[in-house]
Design a protein around this ligand. Structure first.
Ligand SMILES: Cc1cc2nc3c(=O)[nH]c(=O)nc-3n(C[C@H](O)[C@H](O)[C@H](O)COP(=O)(O)OP(=O)(O)OC[C@H]3O[C@@H](n4cnc5c(N)ncnc54)[C@H](O)[C@@H]3O)c2cc1C
Length: 403
């Protein structure tokens, strides 16, 4: 027998779980399925190596879907300054929350905190069904609905299937949607460290010839590092002893936090630039990394995905209220027009910045140093960049504006 839902969301990471919460909260009959059950509790001490810098827009969305309070209780790390400097020029940029109407620029949050809080919230919503563990074996798009066949033979049908199954999205492939992109041949090396000096609630980022090194302040005084390195060097650094790794890190960060004291487990993630050529088909839509994967140098991937989730939820809820079919091409094209341009602009700027800072052209290096200093001294331009990085820009979904 076929189980029917208004919407099926495949993938319960940060982005898919947010979309499911937003829809279920509006009384829409939604099923969330994921291949894996996320962690809901964990030992007090070790911090997850996967963290995200979340913008104010993301905070508004996560608050609107009812997850933010639980995230605060589990622990989030506010930061009120951002300091960016260039290893190869005199370029420096400094952002201060005091120049904005907010008390902080954003929050550093462990990904597991966000996901667990969203899943807890989803379980409390009567119009939500969680199917987990569940693996999709087949997707069929028909004239009047989309059908999913699970690997245990269960058949599900919905007016709309939302694929939020990450950058290697199986659903995207099943829907026959092609991607454009390339491997950066760089890895993002991540770890949690402690240092002699306080992080001062500042997100530090030093641009090195290999790629940027970010030291992100965590709630308990540790920092999470995201260090972009060529693939081979990242793999070598994974093998270093803790003492050698800490010494290399101290040198790379110019001793900005004093002596590096401890490091936890290390991991490295290959980085890719990738976008789906279409975001939608009839009764089918892509959100989050399934639609776009970008360089993490400005920490915007999850933030962009949360805007996708809020946008598609807003359009579906409005279509439902107006009595229009929620899986119609018209509604889904509206979503695609809304989000694709914004995402492409964001990922292209990350790409350009990455290329600008990994070039060995001397004239270019001097130019970027002068550019950084010019931005730093121009209040208007700096404010523009600051607000963009905080997720405060035009044409945001209502939820992202706190409406
Ligand atoms: C080193 C690094 C640092 C980053 N830092 C930041 C940052 O500071 N700020 C920021 O905004 N972003 C950051 N990002 C990007 C961010 O991590 C991603 O954009 C975000 O996690 C994507 O979320 P998602 O829900 O779209 O996909 P995922 O997190 O990949 O979730 C996909 C979900 O789908 C499930 N799934 C997969 N396949 C199937 C299937 N076939 N059937 C059922 N379920 C399936 C998975 O189990 C998973 O739960 C960073 C990325 C990297 C690599």
């Amino acid at each position: 027998m076929t189980k029917k839902f208004a919407v099926i969301v495949v993938g319960g990471g940060i982005v898919g779980a947010t979309a499911a919460c937003a829809l279920a909260q509006a009384g829409i009959d939604v099923a969330l399925l994921d291949a894996r059950n996320p962690a809901r509790t964990w030992p007090a001490d070790p911090i997850d190596i996967r963290v995200s810098a979340l913008t104010h827009a993301s905070q508004n969305i996560l608050r609107a879907v009812g997850a933010w309070d639980a995230m605060e209780q589990r622990g989030i790390g506010p930061y009120d300054h951002m300091h960016v400097w260039d290893a190869d020029s005199a370029g420096v940029l400094h952002f201060d929350a005091a120049d904005t109407e907010f008390s902080e620029l954003g929050h550093i949050v462990e990904n597991r905190v966000t996901v667990a809080s969203l899943w807890d919230q989803l379980e409390s919503l009567p119009s939500a069904t969680i199917l987990c563990p569940a693996t999709v074996a087949d997707l069929q798009i028909n004239n009047d609905n989309a059908q999913i066949v699970l690997s245990d033979g269960t058949i599900l049908a919905a007016d709309l299937v939302i694929a939020a199954d990450g950058r290697d999205s199986a659903l995207r492939q099943m829907a026959g949607i092609q991607t454009t992109g390339w491997e950066y041949k760089q890895d993002g090396l991540v770890a949690t460290i402690s240092s002699e000096n306080s992080h001062q609630f500042t997100a530090w980022q030093r641009f090195l010839p290999e790629g940027p090194l970010a030291l992100l302040p965590l709630k308990d005084g540790h920092c999470s590092i995201v260090w972009t390195l060529s693939h081979d060097i990242a793999q070598d650094y994974l093998k270093l002893s803790d003492a050698d790794f800490l010494q290399t890190l101290e040198h790379a960060s110019e001793g900005i936090l004093g002596k590096m004291l401890t490091v936890g487990p290390r991991g490295a993630f290959p980085l890719r630039f990738q976008y789906a050529q279409q975001y939608s088909a009839d009764h089918f839509v892509l959100i989050g990394d399934a639609a776009h994967a970008m360089h993490p140098l400005a920490g915007q991937g999850a933030n962009a995905g949360l805007l996708d989730a809020a946008a598609i939820a807003e359009l579906i809820i409005k279509a439902g209220q107006a009595g229009r079919p929620i899986g119609s091409h018209k509604t889904l094209r509206q979503y695609e027009r809304w989000r694709k341009g914004d995402n492409l602009a964001m990922m292209s700027s990350m790409d350009v910045i990455n290329k600008m800072y990994t070039t060995d052209n001397e004239a270019f290096r001097q130019l970027r140093g002068t550019g950084m200093s010019w931005v730093n001294h121009s209040a208007w331009v700096k404010n523009y960049f600051n607000r963009y990085a905080m997720g405060l820009r035009d044409d945001l979904p209502d939820m992202a504006c706190g409406i």
